[in-house]
Design a protein around this ligand. Structure first.
Ligand SMILES: [Zn+2]
Length: 451
């Protein structure tokens, strides 16, 4: 579209395509920036200075495009979250629901209180929220169900096609919508996607995992432990048998019967994790098996280094030694990372994408195969752009051996960790001569499989 606007011709030759792409990049991004700058200037001029600051601060942590049309109602409430009234050294908790839909009788008891300040004072952000919609003063909604996790806030926001803002007594702010959640405190702020998106990515990576338990675990970690800054490592088993390879036994927990699938157990699980070092092991069905588990790295995994401290590195290394686990790490600052096979788990997946820009079109197709070196099940995605032909090679994300080639634009490879793949990766890493990171034809995987 931008190319047409700038009067460029569609080109077929590779050089022509590169020149047109570069021109689009230079002129297109210039126009985009100018337009965005103009929008930003317009956006904040109609707000009061303190509301404007709050709105700008949100912009440093999150893209505000999804809040289009809500700015003038949302900015004053956000400002109150950033600077809540303080009484005898205590911040007053607050919660506001910025609603596009005003039919909310299903969610609780809606009270029309005449004094606006009384509405705001009563909205504690757990049992009651101030409902702010266009064309009227805020009303008080006494909720049927208290807002305990960020997920509860997302549900409420989704029901009104709006956004829920909340600050608690410690000054930790949650900004929740159906698309994403931002957590901000006095030191830090971060935004994560909606739980469903995180869950479906991990489910694609590990399709044979227990759907119910994986979903509950993702909710517990991202929506409950992370905003409460419960720094911990949770090792989630993708297979049914408990295994202590490269671990100490730790303290047995099965007698307590705590299961991540039951949200009634979450506060007790939090209690156990908050006051114990090291890792906890979760069985594939969600049962908490062991806590205070030390992770011992092998000489191969000890070479792995990721950004972060001891907790992140030991968890990441452990997933290399134990391909049957996913490691969920909540840092003491709050954000979550998930590791698998000594890497960021999401980096093992093919991301959602559409065909990259091309003046004269192209094709994108995917097929499944098995790595000839380590035996992992792979999805290979090839992208061909007409007028662009180069030899591209794609490597197996597990072992680094070349897994596929394309004469085209790009090749991307993702892993599927089903039970067979987990077994094969485990055996591959246990080979006495050590894993061959750049495998050759003569060392092809010995177990039977169909490429
Ligand atoms: Zn491989």
């Amino acid at each position: 579209m931008r190319i047409e606007a700038l009067g460029f011709r569609a080109v077929n030759s590779r050089n022509g395509a590169i020149i047109a792409a570069a021109e689009t990049l230079v002129y297109g991004s210039f126009l985009d920036r100018a337009k965005a700058q103009l929008q930003r200037t317009e956006l904040i001029m109609d707000l009061e200075p303190s509301h404007r600051l709050a709105w700008q601060r949100l912009g440093t942590y999150r893209n505000r495009d999804e809040f289009r049309g809500l700015k003038t109602i949302m900015a004053p409430e956000l400002s109150r979250c950033f600077s809540p009234p303080v009484h005898e050294g205590q911040r007053r908790p607050y919660g506001a629901l910025i609603a596009r839909e005003d039919d909310i009788s299903e969610l609780g008891l809606l009270l029309a209180v005449t004094d606006v300040e009384s509405v705001r004072d009563a909205a504690d952000g757990v049992n009651a929220v101030a409902v702010c919609a266009k064309g009227g003063p805020p009303k008080l909604l006494r909720l049927k169900k208290p807002l305990v996790s960020q997920d509860d806030c997302c549900d409420l926001a989704a029901a009104t096609d709006g956004v829920l803002l909340r600050v608690d007594g410690n000054g930790i702010i949650w900004i929740a919508s159906s698309e994403a959640v931002t957590t901000i405190d006095d030191k830090n702020g971060w935004t994560r996607p909606a739980i469903d998106e995180i869950f479906s990515s991990l489910r694609r990576l590990a399709p044979t995992s227990d759907t119910h338990a994986l979903d509950a675990l993702v909710r517990l970690v991202y929506s409950y432990l992370s905003p409460r800054k419960v720094g911990c490592i949770l090792l989630y088993s993708l297979v049914t048998a408990d295994d202590t390879t490269c671990q100490t036994q730790g303290d047995p927990m099965t007698e307590l019967g705590l299961n991540v699938c039951s949200s009634a157990d979450w506060s007790l699980i939090e209690h156990e994790l908050r006051h114990t070092d090291c890792a906890a092991v979760i069985r594939s069905d969600g049962l908490l098996l062991r806590k205070a588990v030390f992770l011992e790295s092998t000489s191969a995994s000890a070479k792995i280094c990721v950004e972060g401290g001891t907790r992140h590195n030991s968890a990441c290394r452990h997933t290399y030694d134990r391909p049957d686990l996913l490691a969920f790490v909540v840092s003491a600052d709050g954000p979550v990372r998930v590791f698998s096979d000594g890497r960021d788990a999401f980096s093992l997946l093919l991301c959602e994408r559409s065909l990259p820009w091309n003046a004269s079109g192209g094709e994108m197709f995917a097929h499944e195969t098995v790595c000839g070196n380590c035996g992992a099940k792979l999805t290979v995605r090839k992208i061909i752009l007409y007028g662009y032909r180069e030899s591209e090679e794609g490597d197996c994300p597990i072992c680094g051996a070349q897994a596929a080639t394309v004469h085209g634009w790009e090749i991307e490879i993702g892993v599927t960790k089903d039970t067979e793949t987990i077994d094969r990766i485990r055996e591959f890493r246990r080979r006495p001569e050590g894993p061959d990171e750049m495998g050759t034809e003569s060392e092809l995987w010995s177990l039977p499989f169909t490429p």
